[in-house]
Design a binder for this molecule. Structure first.
Ligand code: MLT
Length: 247
């Protein structure tokens, strides 16, 4: 019997592997092996020193995991910050990636105002801990119609992250480079998923990114914000299963 195909999903900011609970269940139910690592400084992982944190070093960390635990081959998905890490992985270690799922993410570097917002958040966390992060981000992560229970669950996940992990990831995202040029060079099947109500990486951004990927396919998720995979898990799971089924 051949071993099951491995799917590795990289979480976003300021979340951890728990954001993939609905996708893990759905993909395991149809026979995939699913890896949902925590990035350094999130979930159960201790933070790395700030100078060691970058999208590239996080991508190398995923690469080592794929070599150790997946025979060096997997279909890889990344949500938002996880997408930045996935693009860095494609740049540095393309041979380990068989297909990609770019979810509510984009390929560009930060604009100067976006970078300044990150530095403001870093100052707020240094002064007041993680509380301001949830307060600022939860309304932007979900559509206005999202149920109160989901808001509460996401606030709890954000509130459980460490200040150091959040600060280091913000600094690393502020420093990240632009991967737009890489999109046209991608030779693996690619699924782009975006919530139609995503205000952080809106559908127009996803469409422009998908248009540049030779084998790119776009799925827009109605009624869902940035965290489409948690707001509309059934629709996102269907999109992932349909995409993976034909690989
Ligand atoms: C995320 O959801 O991972 C973040 O919104 C990404 C970012 O801050 O650029």
């Amino acid at each position: 019997m051949s071993s099951p195909q491995t799917i590795l999903l990289i979480h976003g900011f300021p979340l951890d592997s728990r954001m993939w609970t609905p996708q893990r269940s759905a993909l395991e139910a149809v026979g995939y092996r699913v890896l949902t690592p925590d990035l350094p400084g999130f979930g159960r992982r201790k933070p790395w020193p700030m100078e060691n944190c970058s999208m590239e070093s996080f991508a190398d960390d995923i690469y080592r995991l794929l070599l150790a635990d997946a025979g060096g081959r997997a279909a890889v998905g990344g949500f938002s910050m996880g997408g930045y890490v996935l693009l860095a992985l494609l740049r540095r270690h393309p041979d380990v990636v068989t297909a990609i799922m770019l979810m509510d993410t984009h390929a560009a570097a930060d604009t100067p105002p976006a970078r300044e917002n990150r530095h403001e958040m870093i100052r707020a966390v240094q002064e007041r801990g993680v509380q301001p992060v949830g307060a600022a981000m939860v309304p932007r992560l979900l559509s206005s119609a999202a149920p109160v229970e989901l808001r509460r669950d996401i606030s709890a996940i954000i509130g459980a992250q460490s200040s150091v992990g959040i600060i280091n990831a913000q600094a690393a995202m502020a420093r990240r480079g632009d991967h737009t040029d890489l999109l046209r060079q991608l030779r693996v099947p690619a699924l782009v998923v975006v919530g139609q109500e995503d205000v952080i990486t809106p559908p127009a951004t996803a469409r422009a990114m998908c248009d540049k990927i030779p084998a790119g396919r776009l799925v827009e998720i109605p009624g869902a914000g940035h965290l489409a995979n948690l707001e509309a898990p059934a629709a996102v799971n269907n999109a992932l299963v349909e995409f993976l089924r034909v690989l």
